[in-house]
Write a protein that binds this ligand. Structure first.
Ligand SMILES: [Zn+2]
Length: 379
């Protein structure tokens, strides 16, 4: 395949994706050039992982490392008398949706000769990258907020990576990782474009699992927006391949206490708007400053979807309702259930439409906090 190219969103410079790169020399973030069309006949139906869509991925060859990521269950459950499809991204090898992006990003970086890596994360991406780095034999260091759920820190440590808990906010962990760039490669899932190349396979999977049909609505807990951007990219490629003509409405779900997208959306802006961030139990989407905020907002507008915010008080009931249908998820993922209740109640979504709720992280990721949410007290 031809060497893929990155475009800098700030200065417009084009870079060949033939070496480890996480941003432009000017400091701007990079986006992969649009992919070609993807067609049904290119699916490797015998492969029960995201690699069934390998023909659509901008990689040079077959994966050097895989832990069986992708091809997660899509289950139907009744929610407020509507039949809803729940996509269990929580059932990935490391228990969160991040493995789609991590697997494709690390395989690209290995192809172009990466050495030791580091990353910053609220927890799930760190656990994912630490685990895949272990599988690939790459030395790895992860900067995480010291207040991240313990299970996520334990997961990072168990992979043999070097966890660096940082006091302060999620942004402080990012600053620590930025400061370390140069000592090792900053394999940032929020900066490196191949992470979104991986999350685009979510679009292919939903389309295939729904009988090669596009759903009407997709709800996604959203911080840095890699699932929204992956869905946009994936459905683009299906449209370019002539497989679909309609597009789903994409709804980004945010915790009201930390809602950068909602602030920009409410102001009618397509760029970052300052807002006051407060703590939230939905630690996985507590993102004060999304890097690709303009691209996310554009994708939501194009899809005719929007941004939904949920209060802290709405998260525990949604988590309990999901649990009672057999879906055990972490509080961050439960925000999507709370948003679904809102959108069904106000008529934005109706029972006649096909709706997918993406459950992004497993309940075991934050069992202690979930116990507190459910009123179980200290263990
Ligand atoms: Zn640039």
């Amino acid at each position: 395949m031809k060497t893929p190219r990155y475009h800098c969103a700030a200065c417009g410079r084009v870079h060949r994706a033939d070496r480890p790169l996480w941003r432009c020399d000017c400091g701007g973030h990079l986006n992969l050039a649009p992919g070609g069309g993807f067609r049904r006949r290119e699916i490797v139906a015998t492969d029960a992982s995201l690699w069934r869509y390998a023909a659509a991925l901008a990689l040079r060859g077959p994966p050097r490392i895989s832990l069986g990521e992708g091809w997660t269950p899509l289950l139907r459950r009744s929610w407020r008398r509507a039949e809803i499809h729940f996509k269990l991204e929580s059932q990935m090898p490391t228990g969160s949706f991040k493995d789609r992006g991590t697997a494709v990003m690390l395989n690209h970086l290995i192809e172009v000769g990466v050495g030791p890596i580091h990353e910053d994360s609220s927890g799930n991406a760190g656990a994912s990258i630490a685990t895949y780095a272990a599988a690939a034999g790459l030395p790895c260091r992860i900067y995480v907020p010291a207040a991240a759920p313990r299970a996520k820190l334990v997961q990072i440590a168990a992979s043999g990576a070097d966890p660096r808990p940082i006091s302060g906010t999620r942004q402080d962990a990012t600053e620590a990782a930025l400061a370390a760039a140069g000592k090792s490669f900053y394999a940032s899932h929020n900066w490196q474009p191949f992470f979104i190349e991986g999350t685009k396979t979510l679009a292919f999977e939903l389309w295939e699992q729904l009988g090669f049909r596009v759903p009407g609505n997709i709800l996604v807990p959203t911080g840095y927006g890699s699932n929204i951007l992956g869905l946009e990219r994936g459905f683009d490629e299906l449209e370019r391949g002539g497989e679909i003509t309609a597009r789903p409405r994409l709804f980004a779900v945010q915790a009201a206490n930390c809602a950068a997208l909602a602030a920009a959306w409410a102001a009618g802006e397509n760029r970052f708007v300052p807002f006051a961030a407060r703590p939230t139990i939905a630690d996985g989407i507590a993102t004060p400053r999304p890097i690709r905020i303009a691209e996310i907002l554009a994708a939501l507008r194009r899809s005719k979807g929007g941004v939904v915010t949920v209060s802290e008080e709405e998260i525990a009931p949604a988590l309990a309702s999901l649990g009672r249908t057999g879906l055990f998820v972490e509080p961050t993922a439960a925000t999507a259930g709370a948003a679904l209740t809102q959108l069904l109640s106000d008529g934005t979504i109706t029972a006649a439409q096909t709706t997918v709720v993406v459950l992004t992280g497993h309940g075991l990721k934050a069992a202690d906090r979930t116990g507190e949410l459910l009123g179980m007290g200290g263990g």
